[in-house]
Design a protein around this ligand. Structure first.
Ligand code: ADP
Ligand code: ZN
Ligand code: ZN
Length: 832
């Protein structure tokens, strides 16, 4: 194309998002020679300030030069195709505005670290470059640099220093042009595709005659002959020449007993060829096409309703009791969406849950399905990212961060267990709720969204009842399975009548014994990890506390230490009380560790296993624990909320809830909702097949209305009374909340700043209710004092964007005030 007249000569400007703390975009000029390659969403290297060279993402391209200064040039494009798509940019901007954070923070949460923006790029020798053999002319400075790069790569400031020049880029550019060095992103290089060594028959030997003479030659070399035979058995060279082109895995060919050196000889003589292909890190199990599930009549009706309601509503709430077969219905809908050519995203709140469901879905969807969560390595995550970009992965199942993947054609989004609090990211920003972002993502793609749960959040339930979402209920379990029978164990009475055994009621112990006798399995749920939540001096009442946080230390017997669950601080258990020297130090209460120990003592023939944060730190621990339980190798599974969710076992007939009181009486407006959800969910693990299930709940408040509703499976009463309560007190879903946390290492600075912020908001924003400032329940964490301000916003009549902008302004005035150095002010929109 004619360089002088074509569209090449347009002067383009790119606005980049850079990994710097100032939340704005920076404009750079695109060199003409990049005009044909540059795209929105690519990463590019630019010079920032005087000597920093950094990587950013191109968010915008236009022909408008910046005002008041000359734009610097883009130095280099890192990608051939965008790593961030157009729709994603829209989603990122929505998250920024809604959750009151910066675009950089969103991008940071969104990009897998393998693609993240490093703050410095580096220079290294071109892999094919050899100074000795090079015939190129180099300047003195270039030679100095090349010699140095033989030892190690350098960053730009390193190059500056070495050569004593302020702007090394012209030197670098010349070396890049001579193919002597490359510029690279340190982090980018972390992504390495996995390769596999494969073997095939050289093309010259693929005819019938060639093979015959080959075997003649090899008749005196049995080892080589055997390799060749084994190859021909696996690959039908003559019948299907194409299959020889793909060859077979070298490892497979040699396993278990053939020799590598004989293979090498065959390769050396040009009989076999060795080559490498890139393979997926996720194996290549194909779908099992024989997997067909016949939906029950109730399930068919529900599916039919879903499809019908989607005609008029893009989003709907699927309220199906535990064990009703929601997953089977999802599978059905996913298949349809995929057959229609669109992408599907299936969100789950936690990995603990995914193991079983992933196995179930893998059977159906095979290699077209990608799994995305934080326990995967960087490489694995980049692979999924690229798989979505290049279209090999049409179906993603993942945790909350999968909403950031580069979809371009989503047709269906499923948010399973939509009520779950782990959809909310607490720290760091963006403090987003993936359930709510999924709804926006759905809108951007004109996709259908299903929010599914056996215990919907009050927010979603209310929206559905208001007609904003569609609503589908499935209130019977699949097959012969019945809803479990609930038994309340009265701990108050047990204490008075002295029938209590440690913290076990006779009712729970009896039911466990009976279940074990019948060879059925038991799950016991206790929402505290560690051995004992507290240590206490029986003489003076002393309780060990964390030195950094306002909490008592939890005793962990296995690690012989008292540990803070907020900052990780640990101490050994003292022999004597530091306050009165008494030796009567006692552990108080049951954590999962103690529960495990006690159950093993009380039921010596049973195998007890614990599943909590402490036993699942390594990547495969979940799978192992769940697998053993599934196979019946474990009789009792003890655990924290991890055991409550989504697990599907055949022979669990009993679920024990060790202590329901703390959940119910927790001082938070959501505590009833949470308790109801937790109890219902964990109960839902019992009796999922023909074995009828029972749930024993230990509580001192048997008459509590919430437990009465649980006892009678009375959902209607629960949602009705809770909505009434929320309405009366102006809590969500009848209002929106923004919680602002003020953090400082000095208590009085923290208080003063909180007061000033409060006054300023109160004065200038009159359309909302401002509450506080007050100490949160844990008023100091990691040596930072905390204060909270809560803003209640009416659901209608207040322009949200305007309000948030206004709050941002007030926040930056206070946080930049000289009176409060190092103050942090953190807004949290829709806190949970
Ligand atoms: P939910 O997700 O609603 O708790 P699941 O989809 O896990 O329920 O179903 C509960 C159990 O019943 C699972 O083991 C599932 O395989 C089985 N199941 C549900 N529907 C069917 C069906 N139509 N045919 C065969 N098995 C089913
Ligand atoms: Zn004491
Ligand atoms: Zn601490």
């Amino acid at each position: 194309m004619d360089e002088g007249t074509g569209h090449h000569r347009i002067t383009l400007f790119a606005e980049l998002l850079l990994p710097v703390p100032i939340p704005r975009l920076y404009t750079y000029r695109v060199p003409f020679e990049m005009n044909d390659r540059v795209m929105k969403g690519q990463r590019a290297i630019v010079q920032f300030g005087d000597r920093k060279i950094i990587t950013g993402v191109i968010m915008n391209l236009h022909e408008q030069p910046p005002k008041g200064h000359e734009a610097k040039y883009l130095l280099e494009l890192l990608d051939e195709l965008p790593v961030v798509t157009d729709v994603q940019v829209k989603l990122y901007e929505w998250i920024r505005d809604y959750y009151m954070c910066t675009l950089g923070e969103v991008l940071n949460a969104g990009l897998p670290s393998g693609l993240k923006l490093g703050s410095e790029s580096r220079v290294q020798l071109h892999p094919a470059f050899d100074l000795e053999e090079s015939t190129q002319p180099f300047s003195d400075k270039e030679l100095i640099l090349l010699k140095n790069l033989e030892h190690d790569s350098l960053d730009y400031s390193g190059v500056s220093k070495l050569l004593g020049v302020r702007h090394p880029y012209s030197i670098l550019k010349s070396l890049v042009a001579k193919e002597a060095v490359i510029l690279y992103e340190e982090i980018r290089e972390k992504y390495k595709p996995r390769t596999e060594a494969r073997v095939r028959l050289a093309a010259t030997h693929t005819s019938h005659e060639a093979l015959e003479s080959l075997f003649e030659t090899l008749s005196s070399k049995p080892k080589q002959e055997e390799i060749l035979l084994r190859y021909l058995q696996s690959v039908s060279v003559l019948a299907d020449p194409e299959s020889n082109h793909h060859g077979m895995s070298k490892k497979l060919l040699l396993e278990p007993d053939l020799s590598e050196s004989s293979l090498n000889t065959l390769v050396k003589h040009g009989v076999l060829e060795l080559f490498h292909t890139i393979v997926s890190r996720f194996g290549d199990t194909p779908a099992d096409s024989g997997y067909v599930v016949q939906l029950s009549e109730a399930q068919q009706v529900a599916t039919h309703n879903i499809v019908e309601q989607f005609q008029t509503k893009p989003a709907l709430l699927f309220h199906g009791v535990t064990g009703s077969g929601k997953t089977e219905i999802y599978i059905h809908l996913i298949k349809q969406a995929l057959e229609g050519g669109s992408q599907v995203l299936y969100l789950l709140p936690e990995i603990a849950l995914t193991t079983q469901i992933v196995q179930r879905l893998k059977k159906v969807f095979g290699i077209s399905m990608g799994v995305y969560h934080s326990r995967f390595s960087d490489n694995e995550r980049v692979e999924i990212w690229r798989g979505v970009l290049n279209g090999t992965l049409k179906f993603i199942i993942g945790v909350r961060s999968s909403i950031f993947l580069p979809f371009d054609n989503l047709g269906l989004v499923i948010v399973d267990e939509e009520h779950d609090a782990s959809y909310k990211q607490q720290e760091p920003a963006p403090r987003y709720n993936a359930r709510d972002v999924a709804l926006v993502l759905g809108q951007l793609h004109f996709a259908k969204v299903i929010l599914g749960s056996a215990t919907p959040s009050l927010e979603s339930f209310f929206q559905a009842k208001q007609g904003k979402y569609g609503y589908i209920a499935l209130s019977q379990r699949y097959g012969e399975a019945q809803m479990p029978q609930i038994v309340l164990a009265d701990m108050h009475e047990a204490r008075i009548k002295k029938t209590i055994n440690g913290e076990f009621s006779q009712v729970l112990l009896r039911h466990i014994a009976e279940a074990l006798d019948r060879k059925e399995q038991v799950i016991v749920f206790q929402n505290r990890r560690g051995y004992s939540p507290m240590v206490n001096c029986e003489d003076c009442g002393w309780v060990p506390k964390c030195i950094n946080c306002a909490v008592s230390l939890t005793y962990h017997q296995y690690r012989h230490a008292m540990i803070c669950h907020y900052c990780g601080y640990r101490e050994t258990l003292p022999e004597k009380c530091p306050s009165c020297s008494s030796t009567r130090l006692k552990t108080v209460g049951y954590g999962t560790e103690k529960l495990e120990e006690e159950l093993a003592l009380k039921f010596p023939d049973a195998i007890v296993q614990r599943m909590d944060l402490d036993t699942t730190r390594n990547k495969t621990a979940y799978e192992l624990i769940i697998d053993r339980f599934e196979k019946g190798e474990t009789n009792i599974l003890v655990g924290t909320q991890m055991v409550t969710k989504g697990l599907d076992f055949d022979s669990v007939s009993l679920v024990g809830i060790f202590n329901a009181d703390r959940m119910i009486h927790f001082p938070d407006f959501r505590s009833y909702e949470r308790a109801f959800q937790l109890i219902t969910q964990v109960s839902g693990r019992a009796g999922r097949r023909s074995t009828p299930g029972k749930v024993v709940i230990q509580t001192s408040s048997v008459e509590h209305p919430l437990l009465q509703m649980v006892l009678h499976h009375d959902e209607a009463a629960f949602y009705g009374s809770q909505l009434e309560d929320r309405r009366a007190h102006g809590y969500p879903p009848f209002s929106r909340l923004i919680e602002i946390t003020i953090k400082h290492s000095d208590k009085s600075v923290c208080r003063n700043a909180a007061q000033e912020l409060f006054d300023r908001i109160k004065q200038s924003v009159t359309t909302v209710r401002v509450m506080g400032p007050g100490e949160p329940m844990i008023a100091r964490v990691r040596n930072q004092y905390l204060m909270n301000i809560l803003i209640k916003i009416p659901r209608s009549g207040v322009p949200l964007d305007e309000l948030k902008n206004h709050l941002q302004q007030i926040i930056s005035i206070v946080s930049q005030s000289k009176t409060y150095k190092n103050l942090r002010i953190i807004p949290d929109v829709d806190p949970v």
